[in-house]
Design a protein around this ligand. Structure first.
Ligand code: 2P0
Length: 353
């Protein structure tokens, strides 16, 4: 391994948006959820993380830069992901560059990591999901770890719960699992990116400010104080997961939209049921819900589903391109540029890679 070489791997991973939400952990350290969740992976052109990982004998410590700014790597979550991948590292040989790294060498080599998001960090657009998924995928490639996507997803989960779902495109289910060690808490692909390619996603960036309550502390408070969460996790979500899987399989937009909107609203109800209550949506978010609900009702069949994560930004899934263009017209009518709202931009993309 001697010499002045640098080995680099770059990966790009899109974020995902849950249509049946993850909210609440049964094990904080291992990041094990209280219920299954289902998400759709977005188009990487619009919302993704690009991460380059580099290793060299000349690096004397692990370092990381996020959007060009150096950040600390002391956190347990980063260390968990790194430890898990390191323990699976294999020999690497690159004759062209004269690089030879033996399995045992990985223990003593340091890493430099540079990561960029092409969207607002920590504004409820699941930046940690894309970030940890990309990091784990890039490290696995760098260290020649021979794990399949599902096993990598269980490692990414230890960085951030929702990250496990970003290892796949299309529709993805995070199975909560039963094991205490979390080995069976991982993501599986329900349908690939081509399965339902009529769908169009429009994100209304209501605010790109950092949220006040992080998902991690918010869900901890919910688990400690909300009775509604217990009911949701035990009685509601298991049935909804089955119904959502069926809706996706059959490309049944009416059921898909009804389940997506209802689950988003219940997630925010659970936040409100937390003590002290957590407010992620704002007046503009509520007005967007009204616009979509009224339109869907007037059409008789749903045209658009909406969902909101831990922030005020609206993610809207239109049934097809025609519905997407009508949605944009309606949004621009109700929220014109320069109007007195905090809605500042739209991101429009195909569903997935
Ligand atoms: C989700 N969210 O299913 C839900 C819906 C936000 C609302 O997963 O503590 O950043 O790192 O596991 O994954 C956000 O939570 O939290 C999230 P941690 P994470 O997408």
């Amino acid at each position: 391994m001697a010499g002045k070489w640098v080995r680099m791997v770059t990966a790009q991973t899109p974020t995902n948006i849950a249509v049946i939400k993850y909210w609440g952990k049964r094990d904080e350290a291992l990041i094990l959820p209280v219920n299954d969740s289902i998400s759709v992976t977005l188009d990487p052109a619009h919302l993704c993380t690009t991460t380059t990982v580099a290793v060299s004998p000349s690096f004397d410590q692990d370092r990381m830069w996020l959007n060009g700014k150096e950040i600390s790597l002391a956190g347990g979550r980063f260390q968990s992901c790194l430890r898990e991948i390191r323990s699976r590292a294999c020999d690497v040989e690159d004759e062209e560059k004269g690089i030879k790294i033996a399995k045992k060498d990985w223990e003593n080599l340091h890493l430099h990591i540079a990561s960029y998001n092409n969207f607002p960090t920590a504004a409820g657009l699941a930046s940690s999901a894309a970030g940890f998924a990309c990091l784990v995928f890039a490290l696995a490639k760098l260290m020649n770890a021979k794990e399949d996507q599902s096993q990598l997803s269980a490692i990414a989960r230890q960085g951030s719960g929702s990250a496990c779902r970003s290892l796949y495109g299309g529709f993805v289910k995070w199975i909560m699992g039963k094991d205490e060690d979390g080995r069976d808490s991982l993501a599986v692909q329900l349908a690939d990116e081509k399965h339902w390619d009529d769908l169009v996603i429009i994100i209304a960036v209501v605010s790109s400010r950092q949220k006040e309550t992080s998902s991690t502390s918010g869900m901890r408070e919910t688990v400690e104080t909300s009775l509604l969460l217990k009911h949701r996790a035990k009685e509601i979500v298991p049935k909804r997961i089955v119904q959502m899987e069926e809706a996706i399989k059959n490309r049944d937009f009416a059921s898909f939209a009804q389940l997506t909107c209802t689950d988003s609203n219940q997630f925010h109800a659970v936040c409100l049921d937390t003590s002290p209550p957590i407010f992620y949506m704002n007046d503009t978010s509520h007005r967007i819900i009204s616009v979509v609900e009224k339109w869907n009702r007037s059409e008789g069949v749903p045209q658009v589903a909406y969902t909101f994560d831990a922030g005020p930004n609206a993610v809207m899934i239109a049934r097809d391109r025609k519905a997407a263009s009508l949605l944009l017209q309606r949004l621009l009518f109700h929220f014109p540029p320069n109007a007195d709202t905090d809605l500042n931009s739209y991101i429009i993309g195909d569903k997935s890679i």
